[in-house]
Design a protein around this ligand. Sequence first.
Ligand SMILES: *Cc1c(COP(=O)(O)O)cnc(C)c1O
Length: 406
Amino acid sequence: MHSHHSALGLATLPVGGRSVAEIADSRPVQPVTLLRPHAAARAARFFAERFNGRALYAVKANPSPDLLRVLWDSGVTHYDVASIAEVRLVARNLPEATLCFMHPVKAEEAIGEAYREHGVRTFSLDSMEELEKIVRATGGASDLNLLVRIRASSAHSKLSLAAKFGVEPGQSRELLFAARQAADALGICFHVGSQAMSPAAYAEAMEGVRAAIVEAAVTVDIVDVGGGFPSSYPGMEPPPLDAYFRVIHDAFESLPVSYSAELWCEPGRALCAEYASLIVRVEKRRGDELYINDGAYGALFDAAHIGWRFPVRLLRDDDSRAKPVGFSFYGPTCDDLDRMAGPFELPADVQVGDYVEIGMLGAYGCAMRTQFNGFGSDLSVVVEDEPMASLYVELHEPARSNVVKL
Ligand SMILES: *Cc1c(COP(=O)(O)O)cnc(C)c1O
């Protein structure tokens, strides 16, 4: 781990760490990312122990090399990469990892480099053109795992992945048949959309897998149920992950696949949402609007653009007895788009100079940051506190209350 911010006296510590209260107490001028490696490790172990198959980490959710190392150390050996930059990143940081190139539309050059220089053997596809690219770029290799992506409904999910990729039901026959000829192992994959709020999403998609297998009459060696496993956010508290696993295991058991067929999944969000949070400072208050020092162009893209709500808590020396009120946030840049509607519940007496922790930003939060308008910071520090919500542990009251006494 690196410590690139000694100026503030905040270093990323390799083991152990500080407390959230200590960091707020140091009154940082810039937003600070708080890392919880123990939470990511716990999530990885949960998938390793409870999912009856292989869990690939979907790197796009959070490509931080520190996180990749935590997941590797917790038993994640396979990584779902979507671009040649992600291929290179994981190959550089985890040279022994197995990479699976799961973007169904790739540059032919990217396929060639991944195959020749990084040992990638697993590719997804959803068209004949992509199959031809893969065959050409690998010189007609005979050691390929090819996974045909079929379309799945995103009806149960908060973020759709249904429109862009995937062969239509009823049109996969020709592609499965052709991929079978080119593949050493043939798979079928899908993605039910991110933050799937019901296990039924997977049951329904598995019916699509069954129909595709029956129609094409091919032997299938891998069934990959993709990502979509949820995390916990205000107003979006999902059923336990075990309920998802049960539905998937049952559906897989009854599929007409080869008896040695493998079950895979590709969690992104579920493995890293609890990994990071952010401390921001209130720079102005206007009624129930708080102007904070991170926003839509920082780690709060989803809060701004799709109205995602994240847990928040006030970090203060003296307890606030004020009632909770729903606030909206403005980020630091100079445009109206930099607004997070929330509502974010904080004590009614929040004021300029207060520090607020915004939780559950490990997935699609830190990964989306830009430096637009000169704002944003990559200060980060490891803390020992539990995450503000969790699918993996029962949290005690202090972690849940929305005021933390420093
Ligand atoms: C984004 C993505 C994932 C991860 O999705 P989550 O909802 O974060 O679990 C997995 N597989 C593919 C192909 C993806 O595009």
